[in-house]
Design a protein around this ligand. Structure first.
Ligand SMILES: [Zn+2]
Length: 177
């Protein structure tokens, strides 16, 4: 939840409490008394909640990832080639990094028409026109298919761009960290 306290202060309501006091961390504030991320106001204005939510999510993900992954280089003496790899400090870090790739639109996910599970499609992962998660599911639909059953196989492709959804996903992933 994002709350504009005034034209100059926007806060995040995470539902956390200390005693009876609700914690409302500031996303940005500008003024003579306190100034925090004041440059964000260049891109957001009351009552817009999309930009503040996106800034807040970005800042939280970045502060998490800063401590959670590193880039390494390795050398293969046989092929005399260098290779790069990303090292994650935990499973949570790897999952958050994956969520970040989805949010940035580098991957899209698609739901299997048979079992309903989500699988990743993208350039080097899987063909973009795939509608089944596995060969087993593809076989099942071939066996099950019935001409009277007029429900067409509609392909739904989904890119996770909804900030609330991405936020919920990232929040969920943070628990593994
Ligand atoms: Zn499936």
């Amino acid at each position: 939840m994002i709350k504009w306290e005034s034209d100059n202060v926007v806060r995040e309501d995470r539902g956390l409490k200390i005693g009876r006091t609700k914690i409302l961390p500031a996303i940005a504030a500008r003024g003579e008394e306190s100034s925090y991320n004041a440059h964000y106001f260049q891109y957001m204005k009351r009552p817009d909640v999309f930009a503040p939510a996106a800034f807040s999510l970005r800042d939280r993900v970045n502060s998490y990832l800063e401590k959670s992954l590193s880039l390494e280089i390795s050398f293969d003496p046989k092929s005399l080639e260098f290779a790069s790899s990303i090292r994650y400090s935990s499973l949570g870090a790897a999952l958050v990094a994956e969520a970040v790739e989805f949010m940035a639109g580098h991957f899209a996910a698609q739901q299997c028409k048979v079992c309903g599970s989500w699988f990743r499609i993208g350039a080097d992962q899987m063909r973009k026109d795939r509608i089944f998660c596995s060969a087993a599911c593809k076989c099942e639909i071939t066996e099950r298919e019935n001409p009277q059953d007029d429900a067409p196989l509609v392909q739904t492709r989904r890119r996770i761009i909804d900030p609330q959804f991405s936020r919920a996903a990232a929040d969920g992933l943070f628990r593994f960290g």
